[in-house]
Design a protein. Structure first.
Length: 414
C-alpha cells in the first residue's frame, strides 16, 4: 500500500510538471504571437500598374516594399496585388496574387483568381484571408490605388464616368485609364465592419482625408491618415515607411509615415483620430445652423472664392474645400473657436504643402488661393454648388456625415 502511495505521488508530481511545462509552452507561444498584421491592398489594374509612358508604379512600390520589409521583425506584412496586363513579359502578372512577408523575408506568394478589386466583397475576402492566415495582436490596412474621397457610385460595379470613390479597376486587365469600376466608401465600411478592428488605415490614394470619409470609417479604425489632395502617382516611399507600419507606438506610426511622405513629395497630409469624429459632426451641425441663420437663403450655395480646394472635376465642377478655411470664412469668432477646438482634437497631426501634383490640364486652377497655416485644416469638406444639383448634391445623402453634420437642416439637398 505504501509503495502504491509513493508511485501515485510520483505520478502526480510528473503530471504537475507536465502541466507546468504545457503552461510555459503556451505562454511562450503567446509571447511569440506577431505584433501586427498589415495588409497593403494594391488596386493596380489601371494606369498605376502601367501607363503609356511605360511607368510601372505598382512594380516600383513592390520593390520598395521588399527593401523596407527587412526590418519588420515578428510582424506580418501582406500585399495583395491586382495589376494590369503588361506588354513586357518580365512585368506581366495577368492574375492577382498575395505576398506574405515575415521576419524580413518573403514567406509566401499565393496566386488568386481574377476578380474586381474595386468590389468591397473582394476587399473583405482578401483581408479575411490575410488576417486569418497570419493572426496577430493587432491589424492595419493600407489602401493603395486611385481615390476621389467620398464620392458615390449608384452601382460601383457599373461604369459611371462622373462618380468615383476608391480603387479604379479597368475590368479588362488594361492600363488604358484610371479605371471603370470603383468602391463606394459606405460599402468599404460595411466590408471592414465584419473584420477585426483596425489600428489604422493609411490611404495612399488621392483625396481620402475628408470629413465625410473619416466619419464613415470611424467605427472600423482608430486612425485614418493620408492626403486631402491629389497625390503623385509614385505614392508613398515604402522603403522608408514599411518599418513604421509596425511601430507599437501608434503616434509614431502616423507621425513618422506622414513625415517620410512629406519629405519625399510635396503634398498636404494629415491624420484623424476617428473617435473624435462624432464631436466634429456635432460641432459642424451647430456652426452650420448659425451660418444659415446669419446669411439666410444665400447660404444654400455659399461663395467659395479664394478658399483652399484640393480637387476639381471639370465635367461636374465638383470641388473639395478645406474644412477649416470654409468655417473660418463664414463663422463668427466664437463659433469658429468652438468648432476649431473639436477639429483639432480629431486632426491630431498634419503637414502643410503650398503646392502639389495634380492633373496637368488643371494645374493652373490650384493657384487661385493662398495656402497658409491659419487656413489649412488638413481635411476637406463637401460644400454644395449650383452646378452639382443633379450629382453630388444628391449622392452626398448616402453618407452618414450628411445627417450627422446637419446638411439637410440648412437646405443643402437641392
Amino acid at each position: 500500500m505504501q509503495r502504491k502511495i509513493k508511485i501515485m505521488k510520483k505520478f502526480l508530481i510528473a503530471l504537475c510538471a507536465l502541466g507546468l511545462m504545457t503552461a510555459c509552452h503556451k505562454d511562450d507561444n503567446e509571447e511569440e504571437k506577431a505584433g501586427r498584421t498589415v495588409l497593403i491592398y494594391m488596386a493596380a489594374e489601371n494606369n498605376l500598374g502601367r501607363n503609356n509612358n511605360g511607368d510601372r508604379f505598382a512594380y516600383d512600390d513592390i520593390l520598395e516594399i521588399k527593401k523596407g520589409v527587412r526590418t519588420i521583425g515578428n510582424n506580418h506584412l501582406v500585399v495583395y496585388v491586382d495589376k494590369c496586363n503588361d506588354p513586357d513579359p518580365e512585368f506581366n502578372d495577368p492574375t492577382p496574387y498575395m505576398l506574405h512577408f515575415h521576419e524580413g523575408e518573403l514567406k509566401d506568394s499565393i496566386p488568386l483568381k481574377e476578380t474586381y478589386t474595386a468590389d468591397a466583397a473582394v476587399l473583405e475576402m482578401v483581408a479575411r484571408q490575410a488576417f486569418d492566415s497570419w493572426p496577430a495582436k493587432s491589424y492595419a490596412l493600407c489602401l493603395w490605388g486611385h481615390g476621389t474621397g467620398w464620392t458615390i457610385n449608384n452601382d460601383s460595379l457599373k461604369y459611371n464616368a462622373r462618380k468615383k470613390a476608391y480603387g479604379g479597376d479597368t475590368g479588362n486587365n488594361s492600363y488604358s485609364s484610371a479605371g471603370r469600376y470603383w468602391m463606394n466608401i459606405p460599402s468599404m465600411k460595411l466590408a471592414l465592419s465584419r473584420l477585426p478592428h483596425l489600428d489604422y488605415i493609411l490611404a495612399d490614394c488621392c483625396n481620402m482625408m475628408c470629413l465625410e470619409v473619416a466619419y464613415e470609417l470611424k467605427d472600423v479604425t482608430d486612425y485614418l491618415f493620408g492626403s486631402p489632395a491629389e497625390i503623385p502617382a509614385e505614392g508613398a516611399p515604402y522603403d522608408k515607411i514599411v518599418t513604421e507600419m509596425f511601430n507599437t507606438n501608434i503616434a509614431s506610426v502616423y507621425k513618422n509615415i506622414i513625415d517620410h511622405y512629406r519629405d519625399y513629395k510635396s503634398v498636404p497630409l494629415s491624420c484623424v483620430k476617428t473617435s473624435e469624429m462624432a464631436n466634429v459632426a456635432n460641432a459642424t451641425k451647430a456652426v452650420l445652423k448659425n451660418m444659415k441663420d446669419k446669411h439666410g437663403d444665400s447660404f444654400v450655395y455659399p461663395d467659395m472664392k479664394d478658399l483652399i480646394h484640393y480637387y476639381y472635376k471639370y465635367d461636374t465642377q465638383q470641388e473639395y474645400y478645406d474644412a477649416n478655411d470654409f468655417v473660418l470664412k463664414y463663422a463668427d469668432t466664437d463659433q469658429y473657436k468652438t468648432w476649431k477646438e473639436a477639429l483639432d482634437k480629431a486632426v491630431i497631426y498634419k503637414r502643410i504643402a503650398t503646392s502639389w501634383d495634380t492633373d496637368k490640364y488643371w494645374s493652373s486652377y490650384y493657384t487661385d488661393f493662398k495656402m497658409t497655416d491659419a487656413k489649412f485644416g488638413g481635411v476637406s469638406m463637401f460644400v454644395p454648388t449650383y452646378y452639382q444639383k443633379t450629382t453630388e448634391n444628391k449622392t452626398i445623402e448616402q453618407m452618414g456625415w450628411y445627417y450627422a453634420a446637419g446638411y439637410a437642416d440648412i437646405g443643402w439637398k437641392e
